[in-house]
Design a protein around this ligand. Structure first.
Ligand code: NAD
Length: 363
């Protein structure tokens, strides 16, 4: 890939102006690295609503019409429903645009490979955007753990409780494609949210050599089930073990400005532990990061623990990357394949009764 950094602001288009646009757009506001030049969505109400912020920016119902307009675009922020990722991303790469798409990349390695091949043949960059690794409490946790402050790592634990009450409005149309995705056996908790959790695992402790999982199901309303209770365990190549437990608390109210996920990360060292108490929601009201060593607890009161800020910083990182071409992309398309294999290893393990599966054995 012969990428040349841009010596001027990147000309960017949004394709998909739905729920998550509200957070991804934060990176584009007041950012000298970028100029928003087009907005695309088949829904006229979305175009009208989002277009109000960018009154001089043309809007298009389809990416094909944007291509036909001849408008010059450098990079696309593709916020498409997940089932449209493959075709939508290939279309953009074929148009000669770099692209970033949100997780999950896609549910099977063959379609993921189609996107990577399209990036390669068009000599364009494909990024799979991850926001969790830009969440300041997690960034600080990683720094503390790797500083040796809690001693050698003995293991770690992630927790996720999906609650049914609270948070922001999610349009019914978003649930329609998520439901379709679930019908394909890729649940919103283990696959979709799991993508983020596994991304943090790789980011914290590197490659994983074995995954074991038990994916459950709970019917919420007749004909509609969610993929919990579920438990996933894994061992990194360096011997560190991690566990992620997912539970549903359907009737629990959770204070949140976004989705109602109550999340925790806790790394245990030989001398103490470091724990992030929340992320998407505002469940535990203690400081978002606490570190315990030798009988003393240290609390971090001044971290930017608004989940939205992790989207802003991840997007800014991408736009800066396009201006410099250096440093990790978090994540490149190829690195995202490793996350995909990790999630798929969890399904393969669960389907085979919880046996250990080496993610690299999945092609
Ligand atoms: N990082 C995270 O934590 C996070 C959170 C939520 C969603 N996501 C991901 O973001 C993506 C979008 O999710 P969402 O919640 O915004 O969905 P959404 O359903 O709210 O929005 C999707 C938008 O895409 C538009 N659209 C449909 N077909 C299109 C096409 N062919 N071309 C252009 N636009 C089209 C729809 O009209 C809609 O406005 C999904 O892949 C989802 O997994 C990531």
């Amino acid at each position: 890939m012969s990428f040349a950094p841009y010596e001027r602001p990147v000309r960017a288009a949004f394709v998909g102006l739905g729920r998550i646009y509200d957070l991804n757009v934060l990176a584009y506001r007041d950012n000298p690295d970028v100029e928003v030049v087009a907005l695309v969505d088949p829904d006229p109400d979305r175009r009208e609503e989002r277009g109000r912020e960018w009154p001089d920016v043309p809007t298009f119902p389809t990416a094909a019409e944007l291509v036909a307009s001849g408008l010059e675009i450098d990079a696309v922020e593709a916020l498409l429903p997940t089932p449209l990722h493959t075709d939508g991303v290939v279309e953009m790469l074929d148009a000669g645009w770099h692209g970033t798409l949100p997780e999950p990349m896609w549910a099977d390695p063959v379609r993921a490979r189609r996107m990577l091949d399209a990036a390669k043949s068009n000599d364009r960059v494909l990024r799979v955007m991850e926001n969790y690794v830009f969440y300041e409490p997690l960034v600080k946790l990683k720094e503390i753990v790797h500083s040796g402050a809690i001693g050698d790592v003995a293991g770690y634990h992630m927790k996720m409780v999906g609650s049914g009450r609270g948070g922001w409005e999610v349009p019914a149309s978003s649930y329609e494609w998520q439901f379709q995705h679930m019908q394909d056996g890729r649940g919103i908790l283990v696959f979709d949210d799991g993508w983020h959790k596994f991304a943090t695992a790789l980011w914290l402790f590197g490659p994983v050599r074995e995954v074991r999982a038990w994916v459950g199901t709970t019917e919420i309303i007749p004909g509609f089930a969610l993929d919990a209770p579920s438990t996933v365990m894994w061992e990194h190549a360096n011997g560190i073990r991690g566990v992620w437990d997912i539970t549903l608390a359907v009737d629990m109210y959770l204070r949140s400005d976004y989705y109602t996920n109550d999340e925790r990360w806790e790394v245990t060292g030989r001398k103490g532990f470091a724990r992030v108490n929340r992320c998407t929601g505002r469940g535990i009201q203690q400081p978002s990061l606490e570190v315990y060593v030798d009988g003393e607890m240290r609390s971090f009161h001044a971290l930017d623990d608004d989940w939205a800020s992790s989207f802003r910083d991840s997007g800014r990182h991408w736009l800066r990357w396009l201006r410099t071409g250096t440093g990790p992309m978090w994540w490149s398309g190829e690195e995202a394949e490793d996350i995909l294999r990790l999630v798929l290893a969890a399904y393969a393990s669960s389907g085979a009764g919880g046996i250990g599966v080496d993610p690299s054995s999945l092609s």
